[in-house]
Design a protein around this ligand. Structure first.
Ligand code: SF4
Length: 399
């Protein structure tokens, strides 16, 4: 059993992220920065990350002298690389502060690259948590998504992780897939529960206009019927996973007791995060920055010029920081604390915010908690709209 996660996440936590952009698929819904290569050359990438990490330690010595609570290697498709190379990547990050045995070290995995050979090798490499991007346990839906594996293969991937001794297995599932019905979605949920995974993330695909998948889906439903369909799927997930003992701890995340994602929670609590690799995001001391999503520029700047990769940095204003507190607080079951807003803007805006919260509570969206407010379960599906209302109340005060 892990120690109390709350003691690891939060303001004081440092997390590390590496974005490995290589990927050999072209999923219709993908919005991630990726570079399509079947056999990418990992060695220059590894050398560039090592260089970036060394430069960052000079730039942020205090943060990177602290032991990370969580490390996350995502992509792209990081599991394209053999476990030894991924172990070499972790060794680079370990050159910072030594990690405790409780640190959560996660690898994002494509089910097609997880089997009885790779799973033990990934444990050996130093990972203790896998986020398996299953999406669906229905073959027709996997074909629609062009994922390149079958439901049977996805099951085997999860089972091989368990056999290899992974104690923390997280599944990425997707609802709103064109052709998916409430019944087929429920089948996928039941499979995830039967496999005994500790953590489940339910993503909704619809919503981005430019997304091919979204256009396909909207072709299947008139607008209002689509919303009802997505709501029914979302509610089915909350009900099924809740009945099976999962805590719905964030809008789209569910965990068995003690297995919430430390990495994600630290991000939602605005902890310090250092990201490496092209397209990676970072946050420290009120400054957010993102490395340019450009692999060529990333490699050239680090390996040829020995300099930081191109990146966009911006310091959050007090107003931006308070907006983030509202957005991130309300998406979690723990809710928004007024003190979090006051930390950035003082107590002046609280009267307007509390007034708006009382209105939204009377309408059945929010409920008061000690020193703050949180979404009612029936309002989680429309969390975005509630957040917008609350942020508007903050802006009205500034107008
Ligand atoms: S496997 Fe992941 S990164 Fe690659 S195209 Fe699909 S969603 Fe995007």
């Amino acid at each position: 059993m892990r120690p109390d996660q709350a003691s690891l996440a939060g303001d004081s936590a440092v997390t590390l992220y590496v974005h490995i952009p290589f990927c050999c698929r072209r999923c219709a819904y993908c919005g991630t920065f990726r570079v399509a290569e079947r056999e990418p050359d990992f060695d220059p990438f590894l050398r560039a990350v090592a260089r970036e990490f060394a430069l960052r330690r000079e730039e942020s010595p205090a943060a990177l002298a602290r032991a990370p609570a969580a490390v996350y290697v995502g992509g792209g498709m990081p599991s394209l690389f053999d476990p030894k190379r991924l172990g070499a990547l972790l060794a680079i990050l370990r050159e910072g502060a030594p990690w405790s045995a409780e640190a959560e070290v996660t690898l994002e995995v494509h089910p097609g690259s997880l089997d009885r050979d790779t799973a033990p090798a990934l444990r050996e490499a130093g990972f203790n948590r896998l986020h398996v991007r299953v999406q669906s346990f229905r073959n027709a839906e996997l074909e629609t998504l062009d994922r390149g594996y079958t439901a049977e293969r996805a099951r085997e991937a999860v089972l091989s992780a368990r056999e290899a001794g992974f104690r923390a297995i997280s599944l990425d599932l997707r609802y709103g897939i064109p052709g998916q019905t409430l019944d087929t979605w429920t089948t996928t949920l039941k499979e995830a529960i039967a496999l005994g995974c500790e953590h489940v993330v339910c993503n909704q695909t619809a919503g981005r206009e430019e997304n091919l998948h979204d256009r396909l889906l909207r072709g299947h439903f008139p607008e209002s019927a689509l919303d009802e369909h997505l709501l029914a799927e979302y509610q089915a997930a909350a009900r099924r996973l809740g009945e099976a003992g999962y805590e719905h701890y964030e809008v789209q995340s569910f965990a068995r007791a003690g297995w919430a994602s430390l990495y994600a929670r630290a991000a939602w609590q605005r902890g310090t995060c250092h990201g490496f690799g092209p397209g990676a995001h970072s946050f420290e001391d009120g400054v957010r920055w993102r490395n340019a999503a450009d692999l060529g520029a990333y490699l050239a700047r680090l390996l040829e010029a020995g300099r930081q990769p191109p990146r966009e940095r911006y310091r959050l204003s007090a107003e931006n920081a308070a907006q983030e507190e509202i957005f991130l607080g309300l998406r979690q079951a723990a809710g928004l604390r007024w003190a979090a807003v006051a930390r950035h803007l003082g107590t002046a805006p609280l009267a307007g915010l509390e007034r708006k919260a009382r209105l939204l509570s009377a309408q059945g969206f929010l409920e008061p908690i000690e020193g703050g407010v949180r979404l009612l379960p029936q309002a989680w599906f429309v969390a975005g709209s509630v957040v917008r209302e609350m942020i508007r109340a903050l802006e009205d005060r500034a107008a």
